[in-house]
Design a protein around this ligand. Structure first.
Ligand code: SF4
Length: 386
């Protein structure tokens, strides 16, 4: 393990972001944007995927997301009154769906720390997309509370979960979550999710060179043939507190090569437009994909930017709309909601904000000098979800 205390310079700063002013046309009744699913941003990207953060708290202190030095016992989390209520979230979700959103992912912090989350799931599960089909509702979790929550979530209408798991070695895992949480309890949570019928389960592993790359092969062996999809994510310069360095990024191409050296893989087609992961299937003895062995995904946000197809919006815990994971500021939808805006006003504001969107941070990072991404100001991932 790398000793982060000898390598990190943690900036002390106010992490609460300011908000962006709404586009001037956003509330002009004569400039209505018809919510019909045809909305596109300045790069022609549709709005299809909404990530909703339901809490800024987490019970883990992963160094790349919520390092202990910043998120300590004195850290001022948002008061409950600042969080969007489930009714407010559902009302906003309805307006996003009117503009074409088909998938909602609940995130945090750790979303299962939000009390009675299953009630929100039930409210969202009752919504329908523009073509009348149920929403694709999923949730990203660290898995620590799944044993207790999986069945209630499934009963409420959740269909799938993605579990973040950065290694199988208990010592590595305990060190990475930095709260000494045992890996066995997360594996039990994954089993509980499977038993409850939440699937296909995705497992997200952030690979950080010098920290957990030795876990790649054990993870691949463990989840091969399990029916779960293991995805390897390049360590990103999210937020401003994780002290990111390019030499800690292990490119996805290297991950694939390493797995190939023991477990043959074949490239698979994307299963849907805007998919963030490149798919690789485990091959049989004839070099063909064997569905029984399953597949992996690699998410190369650093080495192969996929901004051109990014159809994701992010709603923060307190109702700010972020157009990019790496944005510095968001648009304050909560003030609109609580200021008496009608549904038409809300949909119109969302439409104008999306129409003006130009974000492509990962593409820009590719053109920046090495490591300069670490100095760019941006919102913390624990505030808007990954
Ligand atoms: S950097 Fe921003 S725009 Fe590019 S893929 Fe990531 S979230 Fe989307």
């Amino acid at each position: 393990m790398t000793d982060r205390h000898t390598h990190r310079v943690i900036p002390l700063q106010d992490l609460r972001p300011e908000t962006l002013p709404l586009p001037t046309d956003a509330l002009d009744p004569s400039l209505r944007i018809q919510p019909n699913g045809l909305l596109a941003d300045t790069r022609g990207r549709a709005l299809r995927d909404l990530r909703i953060s339901v809490t800024d708290r987490c019970n883990f202190r992963c160094n790349y997301c919520m390092p202990k030095e910043i998120f300590d016992k004195d850290y001022a989390y948002l008061p409950h009154s600042a969080l969007l209520s489930f009714e407010e979230i559902t009302r906003l979700a309805r307006q996003f769906i009117a503009h074409g959103v088909q998938k909602i992912r609940l995130t945090g912090g750790e979303p299962l720390l939000r009390k009675n989350l299953e009630q929100l799931v039930a409210q969202l599960a009752a919504l329908r997309t523009l073509d009348g089909t149920p929403l694709d509702i999923t949730l990203t979790t660290n898995g620590s509370l799944l044993v207790r929550k999986a069945q209630a979530l499934q009963d409420a209408g959740l269909r799938r979960v993605t579990v973040s798991l950065d290694g199988l070695d208990d010592a590595v895992f305990r060190a990475m979550n930095d709260v000494d949480f045992p890996v066995a309890d997360v594996l039990a949570g994954i089993e509980a999710a499977r038993a409850a019928g939440l699937g296909p389960i995705k497992i997200n592993m952030v690979v950080k060179r010098g920290t957990n790359e030795q876990e790649i092969l054990p993870m691949a062996r463990h989840f091969r043939g399990s029916g779960m999809v293991l995805r390897f994510i390049e360590y990103m310069d999210v937020g401003a507190t994780n002290g990111w360095r390019m030499n800690e990024v292990m490119p996805s191409a290297e991950v694939v090569k390493l797995i190939q050296s023991e477990l043959p893989l074949v490239a698979l087609e994307a299963s849907q437009p805007g998919e963030t992961a490149q798919r690789w299937g485990y091959a049989d003895a004839h070099g063909r994909h064997d569905p029984a062995l399953g597949e992996i995904g690699v998410i190369s946000s650093v080495t192969q930017a996929f901004c051109h197809s990014c159809n994701r919006a992010r709603l923060s815990t307190e109702g700010q709309l972020y157009l990019c994971l790496f944005a510095e500021k968001g648009y304050d939808l909560r003030s609109l909601l609580r200021g008496g805006a009608s549904d038409v006003d809300l949909a119109n504001a969302i439409g104008h904000i999306w129409q003006a969107r130009n974000d492509n941070y990962s593409e820009q990072r590719s053109a920046m000098p090495l490591d300069s991404g670490a100095a760019v100001k941006r919102v913390e991932m624990s505030y808007i979800g990954g």
